[in-house]
Design a protein around this ligand. Structure first.
Ligand code: NAG
Ligand code: NAG
Ligand code: NAG
Ligand code: NAG
Ligand code: NAG
Ligand code: NAG
Ligand code: NAG
Length: 282
């Protein structure tokens, strides 16, 4: 039987170990919290000449004055954008982005660090980094930004052609897309021999107008003109009946996926620290 002395001794040792573990856990949590926060970006695409959004979110922090947002671009010396102490700080901004960037300053407090980029250029494509510091810690995530041109096609009956024809037109595409026709009645049919697609360079010499004509179409059938490049996919549908013409179109960006980035240290920190304390005490 253990003596009272032994029982007290082991009880005290156990209590010390438990307390130390709890303290270490709290310290560990505090330190790891200061180490890293979750930052999430969304791969996105910009349409040349229009405004774009580089999407980035982070764990919100109620202390706006402590939040620093830095946007950087691979291969660019200066910053893309900096937001600090509740306002934009543009002294270190690269020439390339002058006057073209803004964060949604009223959204920063809820963890939205997205960047608005005005007048997107082809050269804006690349890898961006969204880097965040808050009172809880730091974090960053990369974002691949693709640029090009894409637009919704419009399909009409081509009254000028000698046979019954459809004409599909989209004003701006880049890089050069592929154009494929399909029909609901003849599914899987290959229309490449009965269509003619041309690309006309627009006046800025980058984007092109897409025109595709489909010959010998039949009434009561639905035809789809599908335009696709590495950035976007657009479809224009048309159905001509005796009494009416029905149209439908849509545009979808390709490979728009979230990239989640959590620093590897955080999880290890708060498991290792209590363990270290425990081993030291033993
Ligand atoms: C950030 O805020 C802007 C402006 O309100 C909004 O358009 C955008 O969708 C927001 N981004 C995220 C990821 O919530
Ligand atoms: C049809 O032809 C007329 C005159 O030949 C021309 O002005 C018009 O642009 C043409 N329309 C289409 C859609 O090609
Ligand atoms: C359709 O036929 C052409 C040749 O006539 C061929 O080059 C093309 O790959 C075919 N397309 C499909 C989707 O099978
Ligand atoms: C359209 O049909 C007519 C008559 O059937 C034919 O002569 C012509 O070659 C066809 N056009 C195409 C582009 O296939
Ligand atoms: C396609 O269009 C071009 C220019 O509009 C024309 O020169 C060519 O003959 C057309 N090809 C066919 C097969 O209709
Ligand atoms: C586009 O190219 C043409 C001929 O190559 C040139 O004359 C014109 O100035 C260019 N336009 C622009 C906006 O660069
Ligand atoms: C097209 O469909 C309508 C109603 O479904 C029908 O009355 C008409 O005869 C059809 N036309 C042809 C050419 O098949």
């Amino acid at each position: 039987m253990a003596s009272l002395g032994q029982v007290i001794f082991w009880s005290i040792i156990s209590i010390i170990i438990i307390l130390a573990g709890a303290i270490a856990f709290i310290i560990g949590f505090g330190i790891s919290g200061r180490h890293s926060i979750t930052v999430t970006t969304l791969t996105s695409a910009g349409n040349i000449g229009e405004d774009g959004i580089l999407s980035c979110t982070f764990e919100p922090d109620i202390k706006l004055a402590d939040i620093v947002i830095q946007w950087l671009k691979e291969g660019v010396m200066g910053l893309v954008h900096e937001f600090k102490e509740g306002k934009d700080v543009l002294s270190n901004q690269d020439e390339m982005f002058r006057g073209r960037t803004a964060v949604f300053s009223d959204q920063v407090i809820v963890g939205n660090a997205s960047l608005r980029l005005k007048n997107v250029q082809l050269t804006d494509a690349g890898t961006y980094k969204c880097y965040i510091i808050t009172s809880k810690g730091k974090g960053n995530a990369n974002l691949k930004y693709k640029t090009g041109a894409f637009s919704i096609p419009e399909v009409n009956v081509d009254y000028n052609a000698s046979s019954e024809s459809l004409r599909c037109e989209a004003p701006r595409w880049f890089p050069q897309p592929t154009v494929v026709w399909a029909s609901q009645v003849d599914q899987g049919a290959n229309f490449s021999d009965v269509s003619n697609t041309s690309f006309e360079l627009n006046s800025e010499n980058v984007t092109m107008k897409v025109v595709s004509v489909l010959y010998n179409v039949t009434i009561n059938n639905t035809y789809s003109c599908m335009i696709e490049n590495n950035i976007a996919k657009a479809t224009g549908d048309i159905k001509v009946t005796d009494s009416e013409i029905k149209r439908r179109s849509h545009l979808q960006l390709l490979n728009s996926k979230a990239s989640l980035c959590v620093s590897a240290y955080s999880a290890i920190d708060w498991v290792l620290l209590p363990l270290c304390f425990y081993l030291m005490l033993k």
